[in-house]
Design a protein around this ligand. Structure first.
Ligand code: UDP
Length: 383
């Protein structure tokens, strides 16, 4: 009999935190490892299925995330086994029909949630159904209780700390897999030659290059950090990525700089930027941090989202891959230290290499493929 192509559906939402990029990275890896053998689709659960007003979540996230204290409070008061259960119970009457419609309209061999808020309702709806459901946790270290639902068949996490959190919340050990954060394939290819990369990007060849990134939306006090670096007359090139933040980009372009500076909006070539740079200054986003590990790029972290990104900071600092510099002045001091003592930043770069998990997306892809009946006996044939 002809077997039909198995279908895997990824449930994500554009509420920051790299849920979209994680799904895309896994789908890309599925296509690389199992070309033509699996159908993969993404559904923005909030936009497509959430009842009003929850469908507005993707619009509410950017302004909300600019008020970190409110965000941090919400995170803390909801983070716990009982609290998450209470929230899920309260939400259930509102989301029950939507979740049922989602499951009915999208027959799948495997549902993969890459968002913390969907796991409780999904688990409840799928508890007695034949459709298996996996969760891929897109936070790195601090992982909210809502990520872990006991109905998930497998929960993939990025770090041992996240696995411990799952165990503490009562998830069975065999359901938890420490694999790493899925990162797009173009970040995972071998490092090119720095001089050639720089020439291609039009950056100066001499002296170190500092890459300043404020996350995809250009959030956080990026401008204050840029101005502090500029005022310090550091002997380096400063490359600033404003991301999707147009206004910030315009402001930066109008600024008079006393060092070589390049200003960009949202760039596609982030892998090249990271490989061409010597130091990364950024907020504590999980995607950017894991990409920097792969690029062997030492990290100065200047801000974080309270709650979900706290652990990212301690992880980077405790492992020795970078430093925490929450004020523009402390960023300048950290930079000065690394520019004057290059060996220290080379040590941090070596730590990045040790922490890098460039295979994570492919490993996750194989886990999912295995569950829908594909075998990867000829793994090496594809890579
Ligand atoms: N990014 C990019 N181009 C840009 C700015 C950011 O490709 O101009 C990517 C970056 O490489 C990372 C993601 O956007 O993959 C940001 O994810 P992260 O988890 O670091 O932070 P978020 O903005 O999602 O909170």
């Amino acid at each position: 009999p002809i077997r039909k192509t198995p279908r895997i559906i990824f449930l994500f939402s554009d509420t920051g935190g790299g849920h979209r990029s994680a799904s895309e990275a896994i789908i890309e890896a599925l296509n690389l490892e199992f070309p033509g053998q699996v159908r993969a689709d993404m559904i923005d659960l909030f936009r497509a299925y959430a009842p009003k007003p929850l469908d507005l979540a993707p619009d509410i996230y950017p302004p909300l995330s600019r008020v970190p204290d409110v965000w941090g409070l919400g995170y803390r008061v909801s983070d716990g086994k009982q609290r998450t259960r209470m929230l899920n119970d309260a939400l259930w009457p509102y989301v029950r029909l939507s979740i049922s419609r989602l499951v009915r309209e999208n027959p799948a061999d495997l549902l993969v949630s890459v968002h913390p808020l969907f796991n409780g309702p999904l688990g409840r709806r799928l508890a007695n159904s034949k459709t298996p459901f996996y969760t891929v946790v897109t936070d790195m270290v601090s992982t909210h209780a809502a990520w872990f639902d006991r109905h998930a068949e497998k929960i993939v996490v990025a770090t041992e700390a996240a696995r411990q959190r799952g165990l503490k919340l009562g998830i069975e050990p065999n359901k938890l897999a420490v694999v790493g954060l899925p990162v797009a394939d173009r970040f995972c290819r071998p490092v090119g030659e720095r001089a050639a990369l720089r020439a291609g990007l039009g950056w100066p060849q001499d002296g170190p290059a500092v890459l300043l990134v404020g996350g995809g939306e250009g959030m956080g006090p990026l401008r204050a950090v840029a101005e502090a670096i500029n005022a310090a007359h550091l002997p380096a090139t400063l490359v600033i990525i404003a991301g999707r933040n147009r206004k910030l980009k315009e402001q930066l372009e109008r600024t008079e700089w006393n060092m070589p500076v390049r200003v960009y909006g949202f760039v596609r070539e982030m892998p090249d930027f990271m490989r061409a740079a010597d130091i990364l200054v950024t907020k504590a986003g999980p995607g950017t941090i894991c990409e920097a590990f792969i690029a062997e790029l030492p990290i100065i972290l200047y801000s974080r989202m309270p709650g979900q990104e706290d652990g990212n900071v301690s992880f980077v600092v405790d492992e020795g891959a970078g430093v925490w510099a929450p004020e523009p002045d402390s960023v300048v001091n950290a930079l000065r230290r690394w520019l004057e003592h290059p060996q220290e930043r080379l040590d941090a770069a070596a730590t990045c290499r040790r922490l890098a998990r460039p295979q994570a997306a492919r490993q996750i892809a194989r886990l999912l493929a295995q569950r829908v009946g594909l075998t990867s006996g000829d793994e090496h044939a594809h890579s």
